[in-house]
Design a protein around this ligand. Structure first.
Ligand code: BG6
Length: 488
């Protein structure tokens, strides 16, 4: 890619989340969060992601009583809490104009139900945002990225509980009031559809805490509470800070029919629609009829009041953000077909695509199709908030990481994005590589699944110097950012 064009104001950046990098899980008054209870398990079944998808109350109690941090990856992260100035300086040198992260709810309201916010926690974000401002980097902030206070799981009913949704709104208003001057883009909930795939890490839902309930119904009701809380936050921002934008965010995994059998095509379309249901609600402002019919078939009676409907209708998202990593195929009859994985979901293997070391298939054209789909559907600006490759990297004896595979991945995806803007007329606000420094994997709690442009010397068990090294992909991105032409 030599020279390319992007529209004026296009944001080039990198993305991460508080729980995967910050560490300092109990420093300066931070409370324990659900992420701090996810332990690296060397025997985990990576195919099923069981370790972080299904937590029990007993496991949470064990976590609560263990005050160590070494094998609890998200307790130490990559110590961004103490390295943030060094990391931001390195990232600023890339030439990025945006940095996406989240604010850890448990740093601001350590138990979720505290009367007052924790000033020491706020001070960390004051300093972080000031540092970004110094380099003219715009922060994009997610309010909930897999890190709610554990107290809200053990002493309330997590996101199933309306009181918890109210506490989230209170937390959100606190940080929006404090940072609206510098943070102009907000996302209420990371990958809001993820509650269906991993209800513990997305919403603190632990099945054994709902003994007399249909757990699927619990998940959907919690989903509704997340939509209502998000709409309240959208309302608050639009009313008080008209120059600030707030978006919807979904996990966009492209789904193809396994072959040209129309029945498989229909199935693929249905699976995609199920994921677009989530952005439909936040962008169009109402539940798609097909979702309500599906729930009815399952015997789930979602409690949606008239005032909920009004709130959703009147408070919709300004832009549509998404993460994109890979694609899958689907078929009506999957007997005998090879299975593949993609971001905590499974599908049928696609013989036309290469596969990452973690079994996710690499599909840049899938990104272009997603962009077309979402733009045709909503005609709202899009934001690619996450795109990257998790891979094993090797640090050479001279302190280098030759990650040509990551460069190939990023280059091909960025090319498709540029084509989509230039040839398909899709409006895109920005693009963030998932990966600032390396960080702890959300799904597997591994350190060895590396996404960063900057290598961190740390292993899965929490051993290492935390020293940072610039990868080849870092230099490649820097070069790319230096060669763009801005057009009106
Ligand atoms: C996204 C999440 O779904 O995927 C990130 O928002 C996550 O938190 C990323 O890290 C990659 O997934 P994983 O499981 O490989 O870390």
């Amino acid at each position: 890619m030599d020279e390319y064009q992007v529209p004026k104001g296009f944001l080039w950046g990198v993305a991460t989340s508080a729980n995967q990098v910050e560490g300092s899980w109990n420093e300066d008054g931070k409370g324990i969060s659900i992420a701090d209870c996810e332990r690296f398990d060397p025997h985990q079944d990576l195919a099923d992601y069981k370790s972080v998808n299904k937590m029990t109350t007993q496991q949470l109690k064990v976590a609560l009583n263990d005050k160590t941090s070494k094998s609890w990856g998200k307790r130490h992260g990559v110590d961004f809490y103490h390295h943030f100035r060094e990391d931001i300086k390195k990232l600023a040198d890339l030439g990025i104009t945006t940095f996406r992260t989240s604010i850890a709810w448990s740093r601001i309201f350590p138990n979720g139900d505290d009367e007052k916010p924790n000033e020491a926690g706020l001070k960390f974000y004051d300093d972080l945002f000031a540092e970004l401002k110094k380099y003219h980097i715009q922060p994009i902030v997610t309010l909930s990225h897999y890190e709610m206070p554990l107290n809200l799981v053990l002493n309330y009913n997590a996101w199933y509980d309306k009181k918890v949704a109210d506490m989230f709104v209170r937390f959100s208003k606190t940080v929006i009031d404090r940072y609206h001057d510098i943070v102009k883009y907000w996302i209420p909930i990371n990958e809001i559809d993820s509650i269906i795939r991993h209800p513990y890490s997305s919403a603190g839902l632990v099945e054994d805490r709902f003994p007399n309930h249909n757990f699927e119904a619990v998940i959907y009701q919690a989903m509704h509470n997340q939509f209502i809380a998000s709409a309240q936050i959208i309302k608050y921002i639009h009313k008080n800070y008209p120059d600030v934008k707030i978006g919807s965010m979904i996990t966009a995994t492209m789904v193809y029919p396994y072959n040209s059998d129309p029945a498989n095509s229909l199935k693929a379309r249905q699976v995609m629609r199920e994921s677009y249901d989530f952005s439909d609600i936040q962008v169009r402002g109402y539940y798609p009829k097909s979702l309500l019919l599906r729930l009815k078939k399952k015997g789930i009676d979602l409690k949606i009041t008239d005032s909920d409907k009004k709130l959703l209708k009147e408070n919709t998202a300004d832009f549509v953000a998404f993460s994109y990593y890979s694609s899958i195929c689907t078929a009506v009859d999957t007997t005998g077909l090879k299975v593949t994985k993609a971001n905590r979901t499974k599908g049928v293997y696609n013989k036309y695509l290469p596969t990452s070391q973690w079994g996710w298939q690499i599909d840049p054209v899938g990104l272009r199709i997603i962009l077309l789909d979402l733009y045709d559907r909503y005609q709202k600006p899009l934001f690619i908030l996450e795109n990257g490759l998790g891979a094993k990297d090797e640090l050479t004896s001279d302190g280098k990481v030759h990650d040509q595979y990551r460069i190939d991945y990023l280059k091909k995806h960025i090319e498709q994005m540029l084509i989509s803007m230039q040839d398909d007329g899709v409006k895109i606000l920005g693009y963030c590589i998932w990966g600032t420094t390396d960080m702890i994997s959300a799904s597997t709690t591994q350190m060895s699944k590396r996404y960063g442009l900057i290598y961190v010397d740390l292993d899965d068990e929490g051993n290492g110097s935390y020293k940072r090294y610039l990868k080849d992909s870092y230099y490649w991105y820097k070069d790319l950012l230096a060669h763009g032409n801005v057009i009106d």
